[in-house]
Design a protein around this ligand. Structure first.
Ligand SMILES: Cc1ncc(COP(=O)(O)O)c(C=O)c1O
Length: 445
C-alpha cells in the first residue's frame, strides 16, 4: 500500500506536469523508456524541459524551476550565459570545425595547463567517458603494465572496464569478463587497503584511477591525509596516479588537486570545461603525454576522433572558464557553504538525523543517520525518500537530481539559496509522518 504522503506528492506531480506526460508517451514510440539517458528517467514520468535561462529552466506547462542540476555539473554559469552563447554563435558562423589545430585549442590548452598543477600537456576528446578510457590506455602504454586499481564507489563513465562498478542497480550484462579482469578495486578512504593492493601488484599495476572525492558516489570527501598517502604509495611503487576530475574540477581554479595540494601524473577533466558543450580532456606530465607526440616519438600512441578539439567547443569552453575566475569560483563556493549551513540548521530544527556532505558548489543530502565517509553508507540511503523529495521539490519549483545531489551555478544568488532552503524545509516537514512511521532511525530523539 502506498503511504498517503507518497500518494499526495505523486498526484500533485501528475496534476502539475500533464504536458510532460504527453511528451513522454509520444517519445515512448521512438526511444525505449522515453529517455535516452538512464538518469533522466523517473516515475511516474520524466520531466520535459522547453528551455533555460540563467538559474532557471522552464517546462512546457510554463513552470519556472530553479535548476540545481546544471546538466549534472556541466554548466557553471547556468543557462544561456551571454558570453558563452556569443562564443558558440560566432564559432558556428565561422564554420564550427575544421579538423586541424586551431587557436581555440591553443587558448583552452594554455589556460588549463596554467591553472591545473597536473597538466603539463593536454589532449581534447568529446566526453568524460572517452577521457578516462584514454587515461587508462595512456597509463598502460607508458608503463607496459595492464592492471588498473579503482575505488569502490568511484565513477569514471560508461566504458566497459569501469562501468561494471559496485553501484546499486548497475547492469553489467554486455561487458565481457576480460574487460574487467585487470581491474582491481579497493574501498575509497581506506589507505591500508590501497597500500596492500599496490604493493602486492606493483610489478603489474599501471595506475590507480580515482576521483579526489567521490562525486556521483555521493560527494564523499577524502579523510585528512588520505590523498597525500595515495600519492606517496603510488610514487613509492612507480605506479601512475590518475585523478579523474571530471566532476571535481569546479571546486577550485586548479581543480581539487590544487585545493588538496596533491599532484597526480595524469588528470581527466570535462563537464564545465566545455562551457556546457560536450568535451573530455586528458592531460598529465610532459613525459607521460609525450607518448602522443608525433614530432619526437617514432610510434606515437594513436588518438584520433572526428570531433576532437571541435573549434566551437574550444571557444565556448574558453569563454566559460575565462569568467570562472578566482572571484567567481569563491562566490559560487560560498553559495554552497550557505546551502550546507542552512541545511544543517534545518535538520536540527525538524528533528531529523540525516546528513549533508558538501564541497564548494556540490552538495549531497543523505537519508542516513550517521556521518557519511564511505560509498556503502551512500548506497544505504533511503531511496524512497530521495524519490519523493525529488518529486516534491519539482512540485515546489526546484529541479534537483533524484539521489539528493545539488549542483550550483554562478547564476544562483543568495535569494535562490534561501528559497531553496525554504522549499527543502517544507518538503522535509511533508515527509515527516512517513519518516516517523517507516524510517524511525532518521527521526532524532
Ligand atoms: C568523475 C566522472 N568521471 C567520468 C564521467 C563521465 O563523463 P561523461 O558523462 O562526459 O562521459 C563523469 C560523469 O558524470 C564523472 O562524474
Amino acid at each position: 500500500m502506498t503511504h498517503p504522503v507518497a500518494e499526495k506528492i505523486t498526484s500533485e506531480y501528475q496534476k502539475r506536469f500533464p504536458l510532460c506526460r504527453e511528451r513522454h508517451e509520444r517519445l515512448l514510440n521512438y526511444i525505449p523508456g522515453g529517455a535516452t539517458r538512464s538518469l533522466s528517467y523517473f516515475k511516474p514520468w520524466p520531466l520535459h524541459i522547453s528551455h533555460g535561462r540563467g538559474a532557471y529552466v522552464y517546462t512546457h506547462e510554463g513552470h519556472a524551476l530553479l535548476d540545481v542540476t546544471n546538466a549534472y555539473g556541466a554548466l557553471i554559469h547556468g543557462h544561456g550565459d551571454p558570453d558563452v552563447s556569443a562564443a558558440v554563435c560566432a564559432g558556428i558562423e565561422r564554420g564550427s570545425q575544421y579538423s586541424t589545430p586551431t587557436d581555440g585549442q591553443y587558448k583552452l590548452a594554455r589556460l588549463l595547463c596554467e591553472r591545473v598543477p597536473g597538466f603539463d600537456r593536454v589532449r581534447f576528446l568529446n566526453s568524460g567517458t572517452e577521457a578516462t578510457m584514454f587515461a587508462m590506455r595512456t597509463a598502460r602504454a607508458f608503463t607496459g603494465r595492464d592492471k588498473i586499481l579503482k575505488m569502490t564507489g568511484g565513477f569514471h563513465g560508461t566504458h566497459d572496464s569501469v562501468a561494471a562498478s559496485t553501484k546499486k542497480n548497475v547492469i553489467t550484462a554486455g561487458i565481457p569478463g576480460a574487460m574487467t579482469r585487470d581491474i582491481l578495486e579497493v574501498p575509497f578512504n581506506d589507505a591500508a587497503a590501497l597500500e596492500n593492493a599496490v604493493s602486492a601488484n606493483a610489478g603489474e599495476l599501471a595506475a590507480v584511477i580515482m576521483e579526489p572525492f567521490l562525486g556521483a558516489g555521493g560527494v564523499v570527501l577524502p579523510e585528512e591525509g588520505y590523498l597525500k598517502r595515495v600519492r606517496e604509495v603510488t610514487r613509492a611503487h612507480e605506479v601512475l596516479l590518475i585523478f579523474d576530475e571530471i566532476f571535481s574540477f569546479r571546486v577550485d581554479q586548479g581543480g581539487c588537486q590544487n585545493l588538496f595540494g596533491v599532484t597526480p601524473d595524469i588528470t581527466t577533466v570535462g563537464k564545465v570545461v566545455g562551457g556546457g558543450l560536450p568535451i573530455g580532456v586528458l592531460g598529465g606530465r610532459a613525459d607521460v603525454m609525450n607518448i602522443y607526440c608525433h614530432e619526437n616519438t617514432k610510434m606515437p600512441l594513436y588518438h584520433s576522433g572526428t570531433f576532437n578539439g571541435y573549434e566551437t567547443v574550444m571557444q565556448a569552453g574558453y569563454a566559460a572558464l575565462s569568467k570562472f575566475d578566482a572571484p567567481a569560483t569563491a562566490a559560487v563556493n560560498a553559495m554552497g557553504d550557505r546551502l550546507q549551513s542552512g541545511l544543517l540548521d534545518l535538520f536540527a530544527d525538524t528533528g531529523l538525523n540525516i546528513q549533508s556532505t558538501q564541497i564548494g558548489s556540490l552538495l549531497n543530502l543523505h537519508f542516513v543517520n550517521e556521518p557519511v565517509t564511505t560509498p556503502e553508507q551512500v548506497l544505504g540511503s533511503e531511496e524512497e525518500l530521495h524519490a519523493l523529495m525529488h518529486l516534491s521539490l519539482l512540485n515546489k519549483g526546484v529541479f534537483s537530481i533524484p539521489r539528493g545531489l545539488f549542483i550550483l551555478s554562478t547564476a544562483i544568488t543568495e535569494t535562490e539559496i534561501d528559497g531553496l532552503l525554504e522549499n527543502i524545509g517544507i518538503v522535509l516537514e511533508e515527509l515527516l509522518p512517513l519518516i516517523r512511521e517507516k524510517y524511525p532511525h532518521l527521526a532524532a530523539g
